[in-house]
Design a protein around this ligand. Structure first.
Ligand code: ADP
Ligand code: MG
Length: 551
């Protein structure tokens, strides 16, 4: 290289550059994340060459990222002590969009069967261009680690051409100076930059110094082996993650390599959710990462809405960093991730319920409303029934305070019993003295007692569990036709047929349109009469409670 050599971006690069700078990312601030990720990759690659003996034993400058913001000069500078670039590499990797030196490196490693590849972030070759969302000019100073390399200076305004020239005093690695557009001056603001680095790059392996101060200290705990993570580490990480002061009552660290790469950790808070958390508008509690770099905090896509009480981190190296919000929504990969994680978490709750029923009861008390919402909002019957395994009820066959789940109920049904019966009542006492309960008592069927107004609605929506119908005892009374109007087993105290007929006629007259019919039943032993209802009418307990207080 003599004097500055002028190069033109390839035609398609120019086009793509425009797309990247204008519309690939939903937020401009991610350019910082992209440049940090590149710096991290450059150092990982150098470290790899070092440990494999490609370069000498002396690493020279420590592997660190230094970032500086300068409001007066309207610049943001990101410097690494990584692998650096030769002139050829600058032309190849910075002059050609969608050309990734990192990807080439990883492919090389994969062919060798080397595991280091997962610490490399980049692979799509578009991240660098994100700088042009905010820059009127980008300068790159670089010195390759290769022996005999010369310092280089690359500069471009992102509009078609770039120049490369030799430069004096360049240290090993790469320094990128982003000259900010007037409308992007916020990215030279110390507080803003600090916030953005912490938001996206807090867990990046390389140490990051901002204006001389180390700022990313937190270990990416979800990447560690579960056995190496102590309870205290989980508690601290949970507090760090949520900003809460309590501790998690449960945690689950889950990793998988197939069908998807997943590293994740989930927490259930100790404190009861507030009304705000309960509301459908409550925020999702899980952040999505790829290779320790944030893609989206509070991601709505990774878990179903009803699981918004679960806090945590999901990291998958299969998910490209560059996915925008819109693309995330329609990604088949994300759907698969969501399915795997949802099932794992439901299984986790089921396991915990078996392991420590008392602790689970507390969870159910505090978070059970979310499970109920899950059943109401899920269209898929299989998924509804999985969630339904998490429900607990008192029952006619158990002492007050003891709870049964649908699986156990189904497992001990009487011979000849085809339905799962439930009864909605505000309390155990009212349930046990209810005429509807009276009516099924003689059959000795177990009856679930629903005290919560939503329970009945939830069971109606569920319709079936393990191929058994969920049936309200109120409805059962209407259905049980054989006994309707059956007066043949009269004893001496019974009314005569004629008296019964005239009594019914009289009652019908008195009730007018309030009742469709008045019939005789012999199923009640302690009550003179009972009101029966058609199917949807069975939700009247819910309706009554829901509308209480409305004038
Ligand atoms: P990706 O990171 O997905 O590969 P980028 O557009 O972010 O794509 O970067 C393109 C390529 O430029 C990288 O793969 C790498 O080869 C090179 N590069 C970018 N930044 C640096 C850096 N700080 N040090 C060395 N090489 C870099
Ligand atoms: Mg990159």
């Amino acid at each position: 290289t003599g004097p500055a050599a002028k190069h033109e971006f390839q035609a398609e690069t120019r086009m793509l550059l425009d797309i990247v700078a204008k519309s690939l990312y939903s937020e401009r601030e991610v350019f910082i994340r992209e440049l940090i990720s590149n710096a991290n990759d450059a150092m990982e690659r150098l470290r790899y060459h070092h440990v494999t003996g490609v370069i000498g034993s002396d690493l020279g400058a420590p592997l660190e990222i230094h970032i500086g913001a300068d409001k007066d000069h309207r610049t943001l500078t990101i410097q690494d002590t990584g692998i650096g670039m030769t002139e050829e590499e600058m032309v190849d990797n910075l002059g050609t969009i969608a050309r990734s030196g990192s990807k080439g490196f990883m492919q090389e490693l994969k062919e060798k069967g080397d595991g280091v590849a997962s610490s490399i972030i980049g692979q799509f070759g578009v991240g660098f261009y994100a700088a042009f969302m905010v820059a009127e000019k980008v300068e790159v100073f670089s010195l390759s680690h290769k022996p005999g390399s010369k310092g280089l200076h690359w500069v471009s305004d992102g509009c078609g051409t770039y120049e490369v020239a030799e430069a004096e005093g360049v240290k090993r690695g790469t320094k990128i100076v982003v000259h900010l557009k007037p409308d992007a001056i916020e990215f030279a603001d110390v507080d803003k930059v600090n916030e953005v680095i912490k938001k996206y790059s807090n867990y990046v392996s390389a140490p990051i110094f901002f204006n001389g101060k180390r700022i990313n200290r937190t270990e990416a705990l979800w990447m560690m082996e579960p056995k190496d993570v102590s309870d205290t580490m989980h508690e601290e990480f949970y507090r760090f993650l949520t900003g809460a002061y309590d501790r998690p009552r449960y945690w689950l660290q889950y990793k998988a390599d197939a069908p998807l790469n997943i590293r994740s950790v989930f927490y259930i808070p100790d404190t009861k959710p507030t009304m705000l958390d309960m509301g459908r508008e409550g925020n999702a509690g899980v952040a999505l990462y790829s290779r320790k770099v944030l893609i989206q905090d509070s991601s709505e896509q990774i878990l179903p809405k009803w699981m918004r009480f679960v806090k945590g981190v999901v990291d998958s190296e299969d998910i490209p960093l560059n996915l925008s919000r819109e693309l995330l929504q329609n990604s088949a990969l994300i759907s698969k991730l969501r399915l795997v994680l949802t099932n794992r978490l439901m299984r986790f709750f089921q396991e915990q319920a078996k392991k420590d029923p008392e602790k689970y009861d507390l969870l159910y008390k505090d978070f059970g409303l979310f499970f109920r919402e899950g059943i109401l909002m899920t269209a898929d019957q299989g998924e509804k029934e999985e969630i339904a395994k998490l429900l607990r009820f008192e029952s006619s066959k158990m002492a007050a305070g003891e709870k049964v789940c649908l699986e156990d109920y189904a497992g001990r049904m009487e011979a000849g019993q085809r339905d799962i019966f439930y009864l909605a009542a505000p309390s155990r006492e009212l349930a046990e003295t209810s005429p509807y309960f009276d009516a099924v008592k003689e059959k000795d069927f177990e009856v679930l007692f629903c005290y919560e107004p939503y329970d009945e609605l939830v069971l109606m929506q569920l319709r079936q569990f393990d191929r058994k119908n969920l049936t309200s005892v109120e409805k059962e009374m209407v259905q049980d036709k054989e006994k309707e109007g059956d007066t043949t087993t009269q004893d001496d105290n019974s009314l005569s047929d004629t008296d019964v007929k005239s009594l019914c006629t009289w009652m019908k007259q008195m009730l007018g349109t309030k009742a469709t019919n008045v019939k005789v039943t012999r199923r009640l032993s302690n009550h003179p009469c009972v009101v029966t209802v058609a199917e949807m009418g069975a939700a009247r307990h819910f309706v009554r409670t829901a509308f209480q207080g409305i004038p």
